[in-house]
Ligand binder design. Structure first.
Ligand code: TXA
Ligand code: MG
Length: 316
């Protein structure tokens, strides 16, 4: 077993040192975060950023999130504003990404931001990614570590499944605690949520006025329009329970009986637990060889908004 996963490493001082050096040389490593696993490279290096796009087969017009340890020297790269400071104090480090204006002197590679005048920035809280960020003097461009449009990875083994040995260092940080990607919030004008997450609009509303971007409005995130987060099988949502189906059935809550083809995201009807189980469950269903996934109704409140957003995109 061990040899086939020879690029998956447990976290210790030695691998930390090796990873830091590897990133400084312009290479790409896969690192755990509290949301999902990422593919990390020096955001100031065009060469490194190009490797990320190539590995993911990601369209060049879909920009990457740039990850920082904290706000030291951040104003060199992006224009900070009051709304940003309010939310930074409250939620960072944590699962939230801010869109801000790029400064003229910004060192972030234009490729990483798809030539836009804005940058997506995030301060992850997971201890391994933070240990790495603390030891390098550049931020990390880091999209989720999956092929473009596929399911995001929530374990080192999921990353291995996506890229095999094409990524030489994958650090094992166990299952991602949150399990879905960060909330993306545009702060360049009137605050707007571009991608819902575990930090909900209701929580953000305590600090500033914010709206949820409507799909039909002009979307600022090119990558958010297309089919995404897909396990590669048809997903049919909001289905009333079919006890006779042979297909996989994703359910939520107490009332469901156990069946071998039923996958309960949270028996105790906890939406955060359901979010943490979402990608894991879809990946498992795909690997078990099912051809179709039905999903029962999931409450569209709190973290349920983000879950339904991902399921909706996966079902496109
Ligand atoms: O939780 C996360 O955010 C994970 C972990 C690894 O940090 N990262 C992640 O990255 O989800 P990615 O590349 O899979 O998703 C980034 C999203 C894309 O939908 C992209 O279009 C959007 O952020 N984005 C990036 N830069 C943007 C910008 N300047 N304006 C609007 N949207 C942007
Ligand atoms: Mg992604």
């Amino acid at each position: 077993m061990k040899s086939s996963y020879s690029n998956i490493f447990s976290f210790n001082k030695k691998i930390l040192k090796k990873t830091v050096k590897f990133l400084m040389q312009g290479n790409i490593a896969s690192l755990p975060t509290e949301t999902v696993y990422g593919l990390a490279g020096n955001a100031y290096s065009k060469k490194a950023v190009k490797k990320i796009y190539n590995l993911k087969k990601r369209p060049k017009k879909n920009p990457l999130i740039i990850h920082y340890y904290n706000i030291n020297k951040l104003d060199k790269d992006v224009e900070l504003n009051d709304n940003f400071f309010k939310l930074y104090k409250k939620f960072c480090p944590g699962p939230i990404t801010f869109i801000l204006k790029k400064t003229k002197s910004s060192k972030i590679s234009a490729l990483a931001t798809a030539n836009l005048k804005t940058v997506a920035i995030r301060f992850p809280s997971q201890k391994i990614i933070r240990a790495v960020l603390k030891r390098i003097n550049f931020p990390l461009a880091m999209p989720s570590a999956n092929k473009s449009s596929a399911l995001s990875p929530v374990s080192a083994f999921d990353v291995f499944e996506e890229f095999k040995k094409k990524v030489s260092i994958i650090i094992n940080g166990g299952y991602s605690r949150i399990g879905i990607e960060s909330t993306v919030l545009d702060l360049t004008g009137k605050p707007k949520i571009l991608r819902p997450g575990i930090i909900t609009n209701n929580e953000i509303k305590k600090y500033l006025k914010v709206s949820l971007s409507k799909r039909k409005s002009k979307i600022k995130s090119p990558g958010m329009l297309k089919k995404h987060y897909s396990p590669g099988l048809p997903i049919i949502r909001n289905i009333k329970l079919k006890y006779n189906t042979k297909d996989a059935f994703i359910v939520f809550g107490k009332k469901f009986k156990n069946r071998s083809n039923f996958f309960n995201l949270s028996k105790k009807a906890d939406l955060n637990e359901a979010a943490a189980n979402l990608y894991r469950t879809m990946r498992k269903i795909k690997n078990m060889g099912y051809k179709k996934i039905y999903v029962s109704k999931i409450p569209n409140v709190g973290s349920g908004i983000a879950i339904n957003d991902r399921l909706k995109r996966a079902s496109k």
